[in-house]
Ligand binder design. Structure first.
Ligand code: HEC
Ligand code: HEC
Length: 333
């Protein structure tokens, strides 16, 4: 009897101090990023080319990678994106990394999934400013692409559905497993510094995790920006209300992922928070009514930096050349 009591209290002590038995995964409101399983490598390769191909834009200059730069955490690191003709975009570019783990796409969730999302920017006059018909015409004029589409889809009649399928298949591979925090979740006690661990405890105890949870620490719900104190912004974006038309949904945004957040500055839908310290301070006050000390902010930021995972690595795709028949780019106008 005595022995089992000791065992129980020892186990309890282990739980309370967050000491996992080496190699035993922890049970937490945040889960590790699952490693990617590529089921159709040929489609992923094609999608990668399309992601990097600026010929899907009117200017022949803007690719998906222009605003979701995979050398910079899948973002453009500016407040709001620059589109066709140097137009100032209305909103901050979210990362494409781990975006397959989100319940929907865009800050307001207006696209149900990656395939539906991928058609948007090509035809958006403020982004790539093309049409789906012209994009297909361009691809159809390039034999290298026609052959590759035929191999992947078993069909010569190239269409926009195939384009968005391939881009989505590539994006599904853009996951970032094995960050320090994931190693800790999987039972490696040494993976986190004491400061980052204290930051995670604070993140959980003060309630950040109510919104930033799941493997993506976000992407699981729409929440109001400015729960306790209102958020003031020069941006005209209204969030989820733009989709539902309901007044109650004003300023509800899809909770952004905190994965790789060290790389995806500046922060918030309007890009107005330049640093992680600033973003954490604002979140504490506006969402939780809590003012953190400088030390506490440092701890939470140390935790957030442990969420940087292994970035997708691959060879830069070499794109098949245009032909005499390829419609010419229109960079100005
Ligand atoms: C001109 C810059 C620009 C270009 C080019 C661009 N995007 Fe985006 N992307 C954005 C912005 C800005 C948003 C957020 C828009 C919103 O939420 O209203 C976004 C949102 C997304 C999202 C949603 C992520 C999430 O978590 O909600 C995905 C995925 C995405 N883009 C993929 C692509 C793909 C694929 C392409 C190429 C076909 C592309 N983007 C081209 C700027 C751009
Ligand atoms: C009530 C839900 C909620 C709570 C609680 C919450 N957040 Fe957020 N968080 C959001 C939403 C929604 C956004 C997006 C707001 C926007 O862009 O206007 C966000 C954005 C962020 C961002 C910026 C991410 C980016 O890519 O732009 C960071 C960092 C962040 N939160 C950290 C925290 C921390 C740390 C806490 C605890 C102190 C916290 N959040 C508490 C809902 C919440």
């Amino acid at each position: 009897m005595k022995i089992s009591t000791i065992t129980v209290s020892a186990a309890l002590a282990l739980i309370l101090t967050n000491q996992a038995i080496a190699g035993t995964p922890r049970t937490e409101p945040v889960q590790p990023i699952p490693a990617v399983e590529v089921t159709n490598p040929a489609m992923v390769e094609l999608g990668k080319k399309l992601f990097f191909d600026p010929r899907l834009s009117k200017s022949g200059f803007i690719s998906c990678n222009s605003c979701h730069n995979l050398s910079m955490g899948g973002t453009d690191n500016i407040k709001t994106s620059i589109g066709h003709n140097w137009q100032q975009g209305p909103i901050n570019s979210p990362t494409v990394l781990n975006s397959s783990l989100n319940l929907a796409q865009f800050w307001d969730g207006r696209a149900a999934n990656l395939k539906e999302q991928a058609g948007g920017p090509i035809a958006n006059p403020g982004e790539m400013a093309f049409t789906h018909e012209l994009a297909v015409d361009v691809l159809q004029s390039i034999p290298g692409y026609v052959n590759e589409f035929a191999v992947v889809f078993g069909n010569d009649a190239l269409n926009i559905d195939m384009v968005t399928d391939a881009i989505a298949a590539f994006e599904e591979t853009l996951v970032t497993p094995n960050g320090e925090f994931d190693q800790w979740l999987q039972g490696d006690d040494k993976a986190l510094t004491a400061e980052a661990l204290a930051g995670y405890q604070l993140f959980k105890q003060s309630g950040c995790v109510a919104c930033h949870n799941g493997p993506n620490l976000g992407g699981t719900s729409y929440q109001k920006m400015g729960v306790i104190e209102p958020y003031t912004s020069a941006s005209a974006e209204v969030g989820r209300a733009a989709v539902t038309g309901k007044d109650a949904d004003r300023f509800l945004f899809k909770v952004p992922t905190l994965r790789n957040v060290e790389l995806t500055y500046p922060y918030f839908h309007d890009g107005e928070a330049a640093t992680l310290e600033e973003a954490v301070d604002i979140m504490g006050r506006l969402q939780l009514g809590r003012v953190y000390s400088e030390q506490e902010i440092g701890q939470i930021v140390a935790f957030l930096k442990s969420l940087t995972g292994e970035q997708p690595r691959f060879e830069l795709p070499i794109l098949p050349p245009s032909t005499n028949a390829t419609p010419k780019p229109v960079p100005f106008g």
